[in-house]
Design a protein around this ligand. Structure first.
Ligand code: HEC
Length: 270
């Protein structure tokens, strides 16, 4: 197998891709790995330009000097020279697919960063039925090695059937079971259900219902349905004593019914 050669591609090659290049270079050097790393843009506006001053400042904060980097545009030869090409958003990926030469062997991927305190979404135009790997590319904390899944692209027409069946399955779940599943998917990175403390997370849900909690910024309150709903929609309103204000709102992320199901589940954790 040839040594890995990785190219990061964004639009202009002055912000996102030079930072990704610098980060991988630094980590590879630290780990003593020989990796050929470079970056490029799909557009040609910033050819031969240094990275944006704000990107340089971010790199400098991590002790890395990227002032000598220069912008360049991705070429057909890149698809032969690199083993992996990572696009930094789905539009960049779409453009790479468009210009990829027929003999370009590089594996194309998408690298999306999750910024603390914000929700990140990404969207694929699924054109090729099949199963694709989805892995977490950062050492994100407890359970990182479990963060592996597959994106399944169904042939046209099949997806609608799958969706209808999945919806029927979800409708037939009890509120408590539906709530349990939502908590595992959406909350379990910060809240346990069995009393275990999660480092840098929030309190365990076990046994909280009916307790009186004290807060850093509000008078004490009893944990009831309304308090849980408020915690989900407006988490900073009452910050529990001994914890940080780390939770982002789920407003617009969960339906009213889903919130009610979560409450049912938390109530059951005696
Ligand atoms: C990124 C981590 C994080 C995620 C994800 C998260 N929370 Fe929290 N949550 C916290 C932290 C930290 C606190 C404690 C600070 C505070 O009160 O806001 C908290 C507090 C709470 C409280 C108050 C608990 C108490 O003991 O008084 C509830 C209820 C709650 N979260 C529900 C949820 C639900 C439901 C979800 C999923 C839909 C969720 N949280 C997702 C971090 C998180």
């Amino acid at each position: 197998m040839s040594a890995p050669a990785v190219l990061f591609v964004c639009l202009g090659n002055i912000c996102r891709s030079p930072l990704a290049e610098a980060a991988l270079r630094a980590e590879a050097a630290k780990a003593g790995l020989a990796v050929d790393v470079d970056s490029a843009g799909t557009g040609n506006w910033h050819v031969d330009c240094p990275p944006d001053a704000r990107a340089q400042a971010v790199a400098a904060r991590h002790g890395i000097d990227i002032s000598g980097y220069r912008g360049r545009q991705v070429t057909a030869a890149d698809f032969r020279r690199f083993t992996h090409i990572f696009a930094l958003d789905s539009e960049n990926l779409q453009n790479l697919r468009r210009i990829r030469p027929s003999d370009g062997g590089a594996a194309l991927g998408l690298l999306m960063d999750v910024v603390p305190g914000r929700y990140t979404t990404t969207w694929f135009r699924a054109i090729q039925p099949g199963e694709y790997d989805l892995v977490c590319a950062e050492y994100c904390g407890t359970g990182h090695s479990d963060m592996i899944t597959k994106v399944v692209v169904h042939p046209a027409g099949e997806f609608e059937t799958w969706l209808r069946q999945a919806d029927e399955r979800a409708q037939s779940l009890s509120p408590l079971e539906a709530g349990r599943r939502l908590v595992i998917q959406r909350c379990a990175s910060c809240h346990s259900s069995d009393g275990t403390a999660i480092p840098n997370g929030g309190p365990s849900f076990k046994g909280i219902f009916g307790q009186t909690h004290t807060f850093r910024n509000a008078p004490p309150a009893v944990v009831d349905e309304n308090y849980i709903r408020e915690s989900i929609l407006d988490p900073s309103r009452k910050i529990r004593e001994g914890y940080e204000d780390r939770m982002s709102t789920f407003k617009g992320q969960l339906t009213d019914k889903q919130i009610t199901n979560i409450i049912e589940y938390i109530k059951s954790l005696r």
